[in-house]
Write a protein that binds this ligand. Structure first.
Ligand SMILES: NC(=O)c1ccc[n+]([C@@H]2O[C@H](COP(=O)([O-])OP(=O)(O)OC[C@H]3O[C@@H](n4cnc5c(N)ncnc54)[C@H](OP(=O)(O)O)[C@@H]3O)[C@@H](O)[C@H]2O)c1
Length: 220
């Protein structure tokens, strides 16, 4: 893998998660580009103030990064530029949380996990579900150096092994242990309202919870 200072992280969404993640990725030494559905020029000032060091870009430019993070409200996933995301390694950090965001048929009537629905919408994208089960403020507070016994772990799930390896390295540089939960469908184990989603865990704890949830994922 090339030096990570040359690695570009494109973040779609400049809200709570997008800006916290941008700062944490900058701290880790990445090149960060951030975009919303608005023109880059409209975001330039906000990005300079809130995430100094990141660059406000058009969403198509953010999507052309080495790693792209989806940090937009899930019900807006159909506004994503499918063409620009084809072939990209994409972290889906989005959650379906009906009590807060409202009820959406796309997810209510589909037995799959939300990330599988999103992957289906993004042909050729190498989708990895992760970063969805940590609060945006915790992302900048709970990081620890590798090897510390109390280091917090984050789960990931996906069907592309190379994409998962890339994301594992990214999560580690952000200050967290990465735990592979298995295929994208296994992300069910860390969707909202699960034990993993609502708590904070070390790698060993997280592995045990993923193991416990496996029959649930297999039955779906
Ligand atoms: N809040 C948390 O602690 C937390 C933690 C983990 C995961 N999540 C998940 O992360 C996602 C973002 O949450 P949030 O709290 O950061 O939301 P938020 O504060 O509402 O920010 C959403 C951002 O997405 C942008 N956006 C909307 N459509 C877009 C598009 N097509 N392309 C690029 N940007 C677009 C919005 O800007 P414009 O509307 O101007 O485009 C806005 O900057 C949600 O799915 C949420 O479930 C949240």
């Amino acid at each position: 893998m090339s030096n990570h200072h040359d690695t570009s992280i494109g973040i779609l969404g400049a809200g709570r998660v997008g800006t916290a993640l941008a700062r944490q990725a900058l701290k880790a030494g990445y090149r960060v580009r951030i975009a919303t559905s608005q023109p880059a020029a409209d975001n330039a000032l906000l990005v300079d103030i809130v995430t100094p060091g990141a660059v406000a870009v058009e969403s198509s430019v953010a999507a052309a990064s080495d790693l792209v993070v989806l940090a937009i409200p899930l019900h807006k996933y159909r506004t994503l530029n499918t063409h620009a995301l084809a072939g990209r390694i994409v972290i889906d950090a989005m959650n379906y949380w009906a009590p807060v965001d409202g009820v959406f048929d796309d997810f209510e009537s589909d037995p799959r996990t939300t990330s599988e629905v999103v992957e289906d919408f993004l042909p050729g994208a190498r989708v990895v579900k992760s970063l969805n089960h940590i609060g945006y403020h915790e992302l900048e507070e709970d990081d620890k150096a590798a090897g510390m016994p109390t280091r917090r772990a984050l789960a990931l799930a996906g069907d592309d092994a190379a994409a998962k390896a890339f994301v594992t390295n990214f999560i580690d540089r952000l200050g967290y242990d990465a735990v592979d939960a298995g295929p994208l469908a296994a992300g069910r184990a860390f969707q909202p309202a699960t034990e993993i989603f609502t708590g904070s865990h070390t790698a060993n704890q997280l592995r045990a919870l993923i193991e416990k949830a496996r029959p649930l994922a297999d039955a779906a």
